[in-house]
Design a protein around this ligand. Structure first.
Ligand code: ADE
Length: 247
């Protein structure tokens, strides 16, 4: 996969793609990262990339010319362009999974108050938000999305089973996990995990996932109950099971 990150702050991106999972993906030649400085495409004599908004108002708007030229330069006909913005659709694990199958992703990092609307109108872009809060620019949302996408590309993580059990890869939040020692400052690991009975361990983990989801994410819990309902035969017994779960 090729991942192009178009930014006026390349120094924010570089340390992150040179560490952890992103570095592994690049060393294994599974992903090629290109960090592209939009400023270098500016035809303005001061290399400016922004200007005041027409009609007045606070803040600066990123100008069309440097953005148009940078995007056109990276296009190869296979690209999917992503514009991180708080007014986009909310990013989730399903999107991350879908995007992990693409050949070429282009992230356009906006800054200041926003980017000239003509950029959004002229290029086919997925406008994506990482949540209902506002960050100063697109760099942090881009890195968050890139991290979650890259770790799902086959071959990047050695233990793909671990990624599959993540919260959101399945419809429930993840269960608690423990490692050695079995007692730390008087805090003991649940007995069932030490017994070696894998059926019991799986049941315990599932019950913890359900307990946690029900408590912290009633929206996900509702979806889960509905999914279970659809995927099972609509018999009295199943109805009983569902009623019991939703109590
Ligand atoms: N840019 C600024 N805030 C953002 C958000 N919440 N998601 C994506 N891009 C952003």
């Amino acid at each position: 996969m090729i991942i192009d990150i178009l930014t006026t702050f390349p120094w924010m991106i570089e340390p992150i793609i040179e560490s952890s999972i992103l570095k592994i993906a690049s060393e294994k030649e599974i992903v090629v990262f290109n960090v592209i400085d939009i400023r270098e495409y500016s035809k303005n004599k001061h290399k400016n990339t922004d200007d005041a908004p027409f009609g007045g108002g606070e803040g600066m708007i990123m100008s069309p010319q440097p953005l148009f030229d940078t995007i056109i330069d990276v296009q190869d006909g296979l690209e999917k362009i992503i514009f991180p913005t708080p007014d986009g659709i909310i990013f989730d694990q399903v999107m991350a999974k879908k995007l992990s199958n693409e050949k070429h992703l282009v992230f356009v990092c906006g800054h200041y108050k926003g980017i000239d609307q003509r950029v959004r109108d002229n290029f086919k872009m997925e406008e994506i938000s990482i949540g209902d809060f506002v960050l100063t620019g697109g760099e942090i949302p881009t890195l968050a999305m890139v991290d979650s996408i890259v770790r799902l590309i086959p071959g990047v993580i050695n233990n793909i089973k671990s990624a599959e059990s993540d919260s959101f890869s399945q419809p429930l939040l993840d269960c608690p996990w423990y490692t050695r020692p079995d007692s730390y400052e008087g805090n003991k690991v649940p007995e069932v995990l030490l017994g070696g009975n894998h059926k019991k361990i799986d049941e315990w983990r599932q019950s913890k996932r359900e307990e946690k989801t029900k408590k912290l994410r009633p929206d996900l819990w509702k979806k889960y109950i509905e999914m279970e309902y659809i995927s099972q035969d609509n018999t009295k017994e199943q109805e009983f099971k569902i009623n019991k779960k939703s109590n």
